[in-house]
Write a protein that binds this ligand. Structure first.
Ligand code: GLA
Length: 728
C-alpha cells in the first residue's frame, strides 16, 4: 500500500526544502503559516499529501497518511496533484484528452521539478509530468507568496505527438483536502444584485460554480468562493480556504466531495463548448487558480488576500488614486459642451480630482443619444461636442482638475456605422436571428483586426488628448449566439475571445502603463484577478443605494481590497447625503450627482467630507480592514480600517434597520489595535451644525476597546457615524 510507508521515513534525508525518502520524495510549498505538501511515490505518481498548517519538521509530513483510517483509494490517484482521465482515475478529472491516434487515455507521472526564488517573498515551483506511453506532458506551476499565504497555481499543457491532440478539459489546478465536513460560501447575482452570499454544507457529489456568459464572467456567479473546514468559519475563528480563478471569461469550479469524504476542488476555464485542438509543440497555458488558507477565520483570510492583491496583482495597488465626479447619473445621455463645462467647474467646486465623462459623447450618423445606437462609432458627436474632447480636457486643466472618459470598446449597436461596415466583426450566428443584451452585440475579439480596432479606440483618445487621465472601460453585454466569422474552429471561440481581450489590454498597458482604468460592466459582472492586473479599480454594481452597498461592499471586501472598489455617491436610495458619502468613502470615493442640486449644507458636507477623506484615505486604501459588526446579523454595520502601525484608524458605522428602537445597543468590539496602547476616539465627518453624541474626552486602552468595545451611538437620528481612532 502506498500509505504503509512508516519505516521508510527514518531513512529520510533532507536536501534543501525537499525531503527524499528512498524512492519517494516530499515537495512542500511552504508559506508563513501553511504548507501544500506534494509527494512523488515509487511509481512516480504525484499526489497532494497534505494542505494545512505547516509542520516544523518536513520529515513528519510522511506520518500524516497513517493517521487517517478512511476507506481505500482503489485508484491510487484520488489525491492526484493533477488528475488525468482515461486511465485509473474514477473521479472528476483536471484534464481529459484525445490523443493524435484517437486514444482517450492519459496518465501523468513525475519527471522532475525545479524551485526558484523570485525575490520579494515569492517562490515558484514547477513540476514536469509526462505520460509514459504518449509524448504528452503537463508542467504544474505553484507560485507562492510567503507572507500572505497565497498560492497561484496553473498548468502548461504540451505534446509532441504526430498530429493534433484534442483537449476536452484543461483545468488550472485540482486540490485535495481533508476535513470532517466542508462548508461552501458561494455568491450569486444579477444586475444591481451582485455578490449575494449563500453558505451550505457540501454533500457528496459535485457542486459546480461556473459561467457560460462569455464576457462579464460573474454577472450571475463570480468565481470567488470560500470553503470552511470542519465547521462554518466566522469572522475570527475557523479554518477557511478562499479560492478564485484569475480569468475574465467562462470559468468552472467543481467541488467534489468524494467517496472517501475528501474534498477535491477542480478549477479552470470552462470547457463548455470549448474542446481545444492543441497542435504539436504548442503550449496551452491555463489561467491561475488562486487560493489562501487561514486558521483564524474569514477576516484574516481577507486581509491576506487584500495585502497580496495590493502588492502583487491590482495595477498600481500601492499607489495613489483619483477621486472623481462622474456625469452618468447627473445627465445620462442628455448633455452638450456647455453643460459639461459647468460640470467641470462643479468638479472643482466639490473638491475632487477628476471629471469623468460617461456614455453618450460619440457617434454621428447614429448619435449615441440613448443605449439603442452609436456604440462602436468612437468619434465625438459634433452636435453635442462641436469642439471635440480636446476643449473639455483644456477646460478641466483650467479648473485644475483632470479629465477622464468612458468607453465600451468591445461592443457594437446594430445601429452603427461600425456594424454596417464590418458585419463580420460581430459575434452572431450567421443563420439565426440576432439577440441583444442592452440593444448591443459583442465584437469578435478573436479576430486580430478587431483587436487592432479596440486598441486604436484607446490609443487615438490618448493621441488626441495627451492629458487624458482616466478611462472607464465598460462591458454591458453577454455573448449570445457565440460564433466567430474569423475562426475556423468554433470550439476555440470562448478561449480566443479572452486571449484577444488580454492581448489588447497588454498592448494598452505596454504603451500606457499607469493611466488609471476602471473595470466596469453595468454592475459587478466582471471583476476578477485576471483583469485586475490591467485595471486600478472596479465598479462593484450599478446599484449605489448606500444601504445595498453596505452589504455588497462587505462581501466584495472578503476578496478585493478597498482601494480597488470604486464607490460613487449617487441619488439612489433614501438616505441623506452624509450616509451616502460615508458609505462611498469605504473604498475609492467618487460622486455621480448634480452638484448644483445640493442644498447649501449638503454641499458643505460633501466638500468637508472630501477633505477629511483625503486626510485618511491612505488608511482605507493601504491599512488593515476589520469587519466589526455584520449588517446581515443585526441592526448595525461596522467596518474599521487600521494603519500598519496600529496608531490610527477610521471606523464606519451604520444603522441598517429602520425598526423602532433599533440602534447600537451593545458596544462594538474593535480589532487590530495595540492592547497596551492608549487611544482616543473622535467623531469625524459631522453634518454641518450637528454635534457628536460621543464623549470625546475619554481615553481607552487597546485592551479595553478589543475586550469591551466602544459604542458609536447609532440610532434613528444618527444613522451613519464615522469615527477616528488615534493612539495617544
Ligand atoms: C453601465 C455602467 C454605468 C454607465 C452606463 C453607461 O451601466 O455601469 O455606470 O457607465 O453603463 O451606459
Amino acid at each position: 500500500m502506498r500509505f504503509a510507508l512508516k519505516g521508510l521515513w527514518t531513512l529520510a534525508i533532507s536536501i534543501a526544502s525537499v525531503a527524499v525518502f528512498a524512492q519517494e520524495q516530499i515537495i512542500p510549498v511552504t508559506t508563513a503559516e501553511n504548507s501544500m505538501v506534494l509527494k512523488v511515490d515509487q511509481q512516480k505518481n504525484l499526489s497532494i499529501l497534505y494542505y494545512g498548517r505547516k509542520l516544523g519538521n518536513n520529515n513528519e509530513y510522511g506520518l500524516i497518511p497513517q493517521a487517517y483510517k478512511q476507506t481505500s483509494d482503489y485508484t491510487e490517484v484520488a489525491d492526484a496533484a493533477y488528475t488525468a482521465s482515461g486511465s485509473r482515475n474514477l473521479l472528476e478529472p483536471a484534464i481529459t484528452v484525445t490523443h493524435a491516434d484517437g486514444n482517450n487515455s492519459l496518465d501523468l507521472r513525475y519527471v522532475q521539478h525545479e524551485q526558484k526564488d523570485l525575490g520579494n517573498g515569492v517562490s515558484q515551483l514547477s513540476i514536469l509530468l509526462k505520460d509514459p506511453v504518449y509524448n504528452f506532458q503537463v508542467t504544474l506551476f505553484y507560485k507562492s507568496y510567503f507572507k500572505q499565504d497565497v498560492i497561484e497555481q496553473w498548468a502548461v499543457i504540451r505534446h509532441a505527438e504526430k498530429s493534433n491532440v484534442l483537449l476536452h478539459k484543461y483545468a488550472s489546478a485540482n486540490l485535495h483536502i481533508k476535513a470532517k465536513s466542508f462548508w461552501l460560501t458561494q455568491y450569486h447575482g444579477d444586475w444591481a444584485k451582485e455578490m449575494q452570499p449563500e453558505t451550505s454544507k457540501l454533500t457528496h457529489g459535485i457542486k459546480t460554480l461556473d459561467s457560460k456568459l462569455g464576457t462579464r464572467a460573474n454577472l450571475f456567479q463570480p468565481s470567488v468562493f470560500m470553503v470552511s473546514l470542519d465547521k462554518p468559519s466566522t469572522e475570527d475563528e475557523g479554518t477557511v480556504l478562499y479560492g478564485a480563478l484569475e480569468y475574465s471569461g467562462n470559468f468552472k469550479t467543481d467541488l467534489e466531495l468524494d467517496y472517501q469524504n475528501n474534498l477535491r476542488i477542480i478549477s479552470g476555464i470552462n470547457n463548455y463548448a470549448s474542446a481545444y485542438t492543441l497542435k504539436p509543440n504548442e503550449d496551452f497555458v491555463t489561467p491561475g487558480f488562486l487560493y489562501t488558507l487561514s486558521h483564524e477565520g474569514k477576516g484574516s483570510a481577507s486581509r491576506r488576500l487584500q495585502d497580496w492583491a495590493r502588492n502583487y496583482k491590482v495595477l498600481d495597488g500601492k499607489k495613489d488614486r483619483l477621486t472623481l465626479l462622474n456625469n452618468w447619473e447627473a445627465t445620462y445621455f442628455d448633455f452638450d459642451e456647455n453643460k459639461l463645462k459647468e460640470l467641470i467647474k462643479d468638479t472643482r467646486k466639490l473638491g475632487v480630482d477628476l471629471f469623468l465623462l460617461d456614455d453618450g459623447w460619440f457617434a454621428n450618423k447614429y448619435p449615441r443619444n440613448g443605449d439603442v445606437a452609436g456604440l462602436g462609432d468612437w468619434a465625438p458627436n459634433k452636435k453635442k461636442l462641436p469642439n471635440g474632447i480636446g476643449t473639455l480636457v483644456k477646460e478641466a486643466a483650467n479648473n485644475q482638475v483632470k479629465f477622464g472618459i468612458w468607453i465600451e470598446p468591445e461592443m457594437v449597436n446594430p445601429k452603427s456605422e461600425l456594424y454596417e461596415q464590418h458585419p463580420d466583426w460581430v459575434i452572431k450566428q450567421p443563420l439565426r436571428a440576432e439577440h441583444y443584451f442592452r440593444n448591443q452585440l459583442v465584437l469578435d475579439l478573436s479576430n486580430p483586426k478587431v483587436q487592432d480596432f479596440v486598441f486604436k479606440v484607446v490609443d487615438d483618445l490618448f493621441a488626441k488628448n495627451g492629458e487624458l487621465a482616466y478611462i472607464k472601460w465598460d462591458c454591458n453585454a453577454v455573448i449570445y449566439n457565440a460564433h466567430s466569422a474569423y475562426l475556423k474552429n468554433q470550439s476555440h471561440f470562448y478561449i480566443e475571445y479572452m486571449r484577444g481581450l488580454y492581448n489588447v489590454l497588454k498592448r494598452i498597458r505596454s504603451k500606457y502603463p499607469t493611466v488609471p482604468m476602471m473595470l466596469c460592466s453595468g454592475g459587478g459582472g466582471r471583476v476578477d484577478y485576471g483583469a485586475l492586473e490591467y485595471f486600478t479599480e472596479f465598479w462593484p454594481s450599478d446599484n449605489t443605494d448606500p444601504l445595498e452597498r453596505i452589504f455588497m461592499q462587505w462581501e466584495y471586501s472578503y476578496f478585493y481590497p478597498a482601494i480597488a472598489s470604486a464607490n460613487h455617491v449617487t441619488d439612489w436610495g433614501k438616505q441623506p447625503i452624509k450616509f451616502r458619502t460615508d458609505v462611498a468613502m469605504m473604498g475609492k470615493l467618487g460622486f455621480d450627482i448634480v452638484v448644483n442640486h445640493l442644498s447649501e449644507k449638503d454641499l458643505q458636507y460633501c466638500q468637508d467630507a472630501i477633505k477629511q477623506y483625503n486626510s485618511f484615505k491612505d488608511i482605507v486604501w493601504f491599512g488593515q480592514q476589520y469587519r466589526l459588526a455584520n449588517p446581515a446579523e443585526g441592526d448595525i454595520a461596522s467596518m474599521a480600517y487600521i494603519n500598519e502601525e496600529k496608531s490610527k484608524g477610521v471606523i464606519f458605522n451604520y444603522l441598517v434597520n429602520n425598526r423602532y428602537g433599533s440602534g447600537s445597543i451593545y458596544p462594538v468590539r474593535l480589532k487590530g489595535l495595540d492592547r497596551a496602547a492608549k487611544y482616543r476616539i473622535t467623531e469625524i465627518c459631522l453634518y454641518p451644525g450637528s454635534k457628536t453624541s460621543i464623549d470625546e474626552s475619554k481615553s481607552y486602552s487597546g485592551e479595553f476597546l478589543m475586550t469591551i468595545g466602544f459604542n458609536p451611538v447609532l440610532n434613528a437620528q444618527r444613522t451613519s457615524v464615522v469615527l477616528m481612532i488615534e493612539k495617544i
